[in-house]
Design a protein around this ligand. Structure first.
Ligand code: ZN
Length: 507
């Protein structure tokens, strides 16, 4: 090595060392294991009963987080008089009895058909009309209602979307199909089940009570026209409907019962230290709800252990979020920070999508969402970043993670579609560049499955040294993003690029 090069190397090494020792003074580098361990043990304790949305344990967790934000000196979000953004949740209980008949032939409730929505109704001899998939799409020119007289009739359609039979597409289409039928004046909508998964799976999924957010602008489950799915009946029964012959349809349904449920997002704001950059906000998020106990948990349980503690999913993410909150309170970053602990994730990203459509700081001032969530881990040398390579901040991610001796892994299980399965997608869909910080794994193997949504996802099985590094990395990465002169941006061609442009314009 030539002398001049050696000199430059020494110079570089000394600036790097200086940087590192400065970094080492940052509060996230000072975070203690007992701090993260005690918070995690509390959130994942049996006393909190699996933190199911709206349960007492869920609300106690919320109080714990709000108390921390208050003690750390966070401000309440504009328009709120507490650290709670309450959400108008409703528990919707399906009808206990219902009847459906085609030309006098009665079908058996729950065996042959299920009621998925609609107000109480009772009619005996309505006319039927068949409308293919019941789908209208201007882009493709498909209009299954074209030329049909639908007003006051029961509309029968095929389930799913033409040519697209995966569960996601099917579920997504449901709301829209019902809306289209309503707009066409239908008396009721009946979908004929022809999907490539078992009918029983479907009925057990939809036969239960569910949680929804009451929205004045949208048809709820308990209102509107009856919406029914029926098991594919024999040809003779269907013939009069599909062939357009006269058929008398009877529907009797005693309606859905609703009850208000109390749960909320927890939110606090810390103003940035830079006079200009403080008008931009970095949104840090993690969901604090989990699935609850017993049958609600969805996995196996016993009399001795029926609590789904959710230590990994997602007490870990919440503790990382609160570690960042603590660290920023000690030394403010340049941009302002929103700490958002969301509820309702396990029931369909309900809390984050509520915030995304009712933001307390304008979304176009929210420059990034760093979310933390995960199913678990099987490799403590790694930290996983869902959304790596997509928002132009990969150098910050490497620095944030490698500073704590961990290796960054980009989404190791793309087939699981994990980016679009956590709260970050609620913000990404609105255009906010987002990613999800998750505990380390290379494959979604049996070690992962043995904890994921199981009663064994408890605090005693956690590696707290790893938890500490995970929290430190999360907080440091968040700081790097909040201090970085450049704003993150969706890379060209990303599926959320257009949403980003629509949100921020040329800003
Ligand atoms: Zn989960």
């Amino acid at each position: 090595m030539k002398k001049i090069h050696l000199f430059i190397c020494l110079l570089l090494a000394s600036t790097l060392a200086a940087q590192t020792s400065q970094e080492a003074k940052l509060p996230e580098f000072q975070l203690q294991k007992y701090e993260v361990e005690s918070a995690l043990r509390f959130l994942a304790s049996d006393d909190l009963q699996g933190r199911r949305t709206g349960s007492e344990g869920n609300n106690i967790a919320a109080r714990f987080l709000a108390s921390q934000l208050e003690a750390l000196g966070y401000q309440k979000a504009p328009g709120l008089d507490s650290y709670y953004q309450s959400i108008p949740f409703q528990k919707v209980n399906p009808p206990e009895a219902a009847a459906l008949s085609i030309d006098g032939q009665a079908l058996t409730f729950k065996e042959d058909f299920v009621v998925l929505g609609g107000a109480a109704t009772n009619f005996e001899d309505a006319k039927a009309v068949f409308a293919n998939y019941g789908w209208v799409d201007e882009a493709t020119g498909q209009d299954d209602y074209k030329g049909l007289k639908v007003k006051g009739k029961v509309v029968f359609v095929l389930s799913g979307l033409p040519g697209e039979f995966n569960p996601q597409a099917t579920f997504k289409a449901m709301k829209l199909k019902r809306k289209i039928a309503t707009e066409n004046g239908a008396l009721a909508l009946v979908e004929i089940y022809k999907l490539p998964f078992p009918w029983k799976f479907f009925t057990s999924y939809f036969g239960k009570s569910s949680l929804q957010v009451a929205d004045a602008n949208e048809e709820g489950v308990s209102t509107g026209i009856p919406y029914i799915w029926m098991k594919e009946p024999n040809e003779t029964m269907l013939e009069p409907i599909t062939k357009g012959k006269k058929a008398k349809i009877g529907i009797n349904n005693n309606g859905f019962a609703t009850e208000a449920i109390s749960s909320q997002n927890v939110i606090g704001i810390l103003e940035g230290s830079d006079p200009e950059l403080k008008d931009e906000y970095v949104l840090l998020s993690a969901h604090y709800d989990h699935v609850g106990t017993g049958k609600d948990g969805g996995g196996a349980f016993t009399a001795e252990d029926s609590i789904f503690n959710g230590a990994r999913d997602n007490a870990m993410g919440v503790v990382a979020l609160m570690s960042a909150a603590q660290s920023f309170a000690q030394l403010r970053p340049k941009r302002s920070v929103i700490i958002l602990a969301v509820t309702g994730e396990e029931l369909g990203l309900l809390g984050s999508s509520y915030y995304a459509s009712h933001p307390l700081v304008p979304l176009d001032k929210t420059i990034f969402n760093l979310n933390s969530d995960g199913a678990g881990y099987n490799d403590t040398s790694l930290i996983v970043v869902m959304g790596y390579g997509r928002t132009g901040i990969d150098n910050l991610l490497h620095q944030g993670i490698e500073s704590f001796g961990k290796e960054l892994v980009a989404d190791p299980a793309p087939e699981q579609n994990l980016f679009d399965r956590s709260d970050n997608v609620s913000f990404a869909a609105k255009g906010v560049p987002a990613l999800c910080f998750s505990p380390g794994f290379k494959t979604f193997d049996e070690v992962m499955m043995s904890r994921y949504h199981q009663v064994s996802d408890d605090a005693d099985s956690l590696d707290f040294d790893y938890l500490l590094k995970f929290c430190q990395s999360f907080a440091f990465t968040a700081r790097l993003i909040a201090n970085n002169p450049q704003k993150p941006i969706w890379v060209e061609g990303d599926k959320y690029e257009a949403a980003g442009k629509a949100l921020y314009g040329d800003k």
